[in-house]
Design a protein around this ligand. Structure first.
Ligand code: PRP
Length: 179
């Protein structure tokens, strides 16, 4: 498993440090707003769990499952809503928490879907922003790290549903995904 990793891009310690900073900023920005933080399964699960524990003001959270990749290497462009929110979001401030924004296809779909429910605001918080691959006009409001066009896995990010449990974000060796 570790032999499949070419390079560690962000260590466990670097991720924890950056999440502390994001938590502080979000706590300031959302003080008194009673926001709903939305975890987009499955990739953002670890980021979400660590991020919400750095938030010092009252929040609610909820989960959505949306898939555009399936087990495909490249995005199919087809977005599927697998699990919806349990909570109504009308007049609420919503923060979407993602592990990575790549083409932006998933978030474009999601924002359109959530905007139709008349929330007070929608912001995006992502751990990673792979800006060089963007095909939509999505810009994250809060971002942990920018990444280049690498195949990244770990800390929630997968290849064929594996590698998600790695405590760091690393680059997968081409041999591992071109077998
Ligand atoms: C990944 C990731 C984002 C999306 C980003 O999800 O978690 O939701 O792809 O890609 P995009 O910007 O090109 O749309 P995926 O569909 O792989 O599901 P997962 O989170 O369960 O791994």
């Amino acid at each position: 498993m570790l032999n499949d990793i070419q390079q560690i891009l962000f260590s466990k310690e670097q991720i924890a440090e950056r999440i502390k900073e994001l938590g502080k900023t979000l706590s300031e920005d959302y003080a008194g707003k009673d926001p709903i933080f939305v975890c987009i399964l499955k990739g953002s699960s670890l980021f979400f769990a660590d991020l919400v524990r750095e938030i010092t003001v009252p929040i609610n959270f909820d989960f959505m499952s949306i898939s555009s990749y399936g087990d495909e290497f490249i995005s199919t462009g087809q977005v599927k809503l697998l699990k919806d929110l349990d909570t109504p979001i009308e007049n609420r401030h919503v923060v979407i928490v993602e592990d990575i924004v790549d083409t932006g296809t998933t978030l474009s779909y999601l924002i359109k879907n959530l905007e139709a429910r008349a929330p007070a605001s929608i912001k995006i918080c992502t751990l990673l922003d792979k800006e060089c691959r963007r095909k939509t006009d999505i810009t994250p409001d809060y971002c942990g790290f920018k990444v280049g066009d690498h195949f990244v896995v770990g800390y929630g990010l997968d290849f064929e549903n594996g590698y998600r449990h790695l405590p760091f974000v690393g680059v997968l060796k081409p041999e591992a995904y071109s077998k």
